[in-house]
Write a protein that binds this ligand. Structure first.
Ligand code: ZN
Length: 426
């Protein structure tokens, strides 16, 4: 099949404009659940200013009291890492701390528009982005805790930028790659129909069913097995809670932290993981790629690991702090989702993590243990909820993955078979 001409792309994108507007509306109304008078923060790539203007307009139409836009740009971020000393990144500048904490304390709704070159930081010393992320998480406390502890609503959604589109659709001309990435974003975000907001209500009902099954069974541990060598048992604490789909803030606001989202997830006991797990998809972290890797766990901690590509990046993740070697998340996702069906590798965790069952190293979720939102960090850790300055997802869901739930009395209940919920095999 031949490629589209520039004129064809222009017209095709124009034809998509109503659908893109519905997507903006979905992000504002369902993702961030913007309420009258609220401060709204939009972090976005400067390259997609056209969509950001539309989104800001929709936020005001939804009643936003004020909208703050924080622009980001891959090229400038790269220049910063190339030219500035590591020591600079070990602290967040005071003005940045004041900005983020101030907005969080004002009760802002945060909208993070993701769109960036997966290779933007290729060749950059991974210690720099790792230090910057750690400093921000530790020093911007109100901002970080506001989202972790349900004080602020937040949502992450994707927008196409050229370098990302070209990475996903190699050998396709620029304009066509952008157009195709828009289509893929709308499809995987369940925003390609007449009424995406209604679509998300229906989607959320399926989450409720799967969460109920897992929460009612109250498993003691999960056993993962796959032909690629994965044979891992992960412990779950009494009182753990499976989450997924919509979240609820402390003030009752219902929002979707991720668009798209397909995962049902909990926080495992960070002291109990034993066995080996192999990656099913590449891990893209801070603009760098880790491929074909495995981790061996003993008593909850990674004791050995290797990667065909990007072992160094993996090492930096694991060395972030003392508990970066422990798990903070396990998520179940059927292979029957719009994301997996596109067969596209997005090189972006927001999409790729929803293509497959995954685990995450680092920080656990306080909302995933009974009473967790009222606990101190020490109490959370004592309850098995990992505490770390990092949280890195990696995909383990192969097409043949099986997951068995084991109850405290030893009874075994199949959860996943052939990479999908047991009932999807029937
Ligand atoms: Zn996840």
């Amino acid at each position: 099949m031949g490629h589209m001409t520039t004129e064809e792309c222009r017209r095709a994108l124009e034809g998509l404009s109503d659908q893109i507007a519905r997507y903006a509306e979905l992000i504002v109304r369902k993702g961030a659940a913007v309420r009258p008078g609220q401060e709204v923060v939009v972090q976005a790539p400067v390259e997609r200013a056209d969509f950001v203007r539309l989104l800001v307009e929709r936020a005001y139409a939804a009643g936003a009291g004020h909208v703050t836009v924080i622009w980001v740009d891959d090229a400038i971020t790269r220049l910063e890492y190339e030219n500035v000393e590591l020591s600079y990144f070990q602290h967040t500048p005071d003005w940045k701390i004041a900005q983020l904490n101030g907005l969080a304390e004002a009760g802002a709704a945060f909208i993070f528009l993701e769109g960036s070159d997966p290779l933007a930081l290729n060749g950059i010393d991974p210690a720099k982005p790792a230090a910057a992320a750690k400093a921000r998480n530790e020093e911007c406390r109100s901002f970080r805790d506001g989202m972790d502890y349900g004080h602020n609503v937040w949502t992450i959604a994707g927008v196409p930028v050229k370098a990302w589109a070209k990475k996903v659709f190699e050998d396709v001309p620029d304009d066509e790659a952008i157009y195709r990435l828009w289509i893929a974003i709308l499809e995987t975000s369940r925003a390609d129909g007449e009424d995406p907001q209604q679509e998300w209500e229906t989607h959320n009902a399926a989450f409720e069913k799967n969460k109920r099954f897992l929460n009612e069974n109250a498993f003691d541990r999960l056993h993962y097995q796959s032909k690629n060598g994965t044979d891992l048992t992960i412990g779950l604490r009494e009182g753990h809670i499976w989450e997924g789909g919509a979240s609820q803030a402390r003030d009752g606001a219902v929002f979707f932290p991720n668009i798209p989202t397909e995962e049902v997830f909990t926080t495992p006991d960070c002291t109990r993981a034993d066995g080996v797990v192999h990656s099913a998809l590449p891990l893209v972290h801070s603009g760098q790629v880790v491929r074909d890797f495995w981790l061996r766990f003993e008593n909850g901690a990674v004791v050995d690991y290797d990667a065909v590509q990007g072992k160094e990046v993996l090492r930096h993740i694991l060395e972030t702090d003392k508990n970066a070697v422990r798990l903070g998340e396990c998520a179940l996702i059927s292979k029957n989702t719009p994301i997996r069906e596109t067969k596209i590798l997005f090189y972006d965790t927001l999409y790729d993590e929803n293509a497959s069952c995954h685990l995450a190293l680092g920080m656990g979720f306080p909302e995933c243990i009974e009473g967790g939102l009222e606990m101190s960090k020490e109490e959370l850790l004592a309850s098995g909820v990992n505490q770390s300055a990092t949280h890195v997802d990696f995909m383990i869901g192969t097409d043949d993955l099986s997951v068995t739930g084991i109850k405290p009395d030893g009874e075994e209940v199949p959860i996943f078979l052939n990479g999908q919920w047991v009932w999807e095999n029937e």
